[in-house]
Write a protein that binds this ligand. Structure first.
Ligand SMILES: [Cu+2]
Length: 165
């Protein structure tokens, strides 16, 4: 029993240490950005890559930003030629893998902007994982796909050229 308690204590200390290193030994956020929108638009999308360098899956359960009322985890899905967005409760990043949120697919939906965003602004965001880890990220406001971003344009499956006669 005593050794069990010792193990348990060691385990808990280990967990506490994990929590303390929330800067992210396991989780890495890469290239977070927000797609710029006209000033009257209060809903924008944020994109980023979440990298899991650890041996266990990491599950993103919540995202928030002080600059917005709400942040949701969304996925764009094509139904015929209409794009619908589905809200996800969580997003799992498998061990030693990464999940990329980019235009046309997964994104973070930021609703209720507290002030207009300008290109170059930084949007602070907090990503909370099932493990309790919180990762801070600063997403930079960038123009959308229409300017620059050549690589992404080619991946735009907008379906404009799928006419069949
Ligand atoms: Cu969305």
């Amino acid at each position: 029993m005593e050794s069990f308690l010792k193990t348990l204590t060691a385990l808990m200390l280990g967990l506490a240490a994990l929590g303390a290193s929330a800067g992210g030994t396991d989780i890495q956020i890469q290239d977070p950005w927000v797609q710029a929108a006209p000033p009257n638009v209060k809903v924008v999308a944020a994109y980023l890559e979440i990298k899991n360098n650890g041996d266990k899956p990491q599950i993103l359960t919540n995202a928030s930003s002080p600059a917005f009322d709400e942040v949701g985890i969304h996925q764009s899905v094509m139904h015929g030629n209409m794009v619908h967005m589905e809200q996800l409760k969580e997003l799992t990043i498998p061990p030693h893998a990464s999940v990329v949120l980019n235009p046309g697919g997964l994104h973070l939906m930021l609703t209720g902007a507290k002030k207009p965003l300008n290109i170059g602004d930084q949007v602070p965001m907090t990503l909370t994982f099932h493990s309790g880890q919180k990762i801070e990220a600063k997403a930079i406001v960038r123009p959308g796909q229409t300017e620059g971003m050549e690589d992404h344009q080619h991946m735009n499956h907008s379906g404009h050229e799928t006419h069949k006669h």
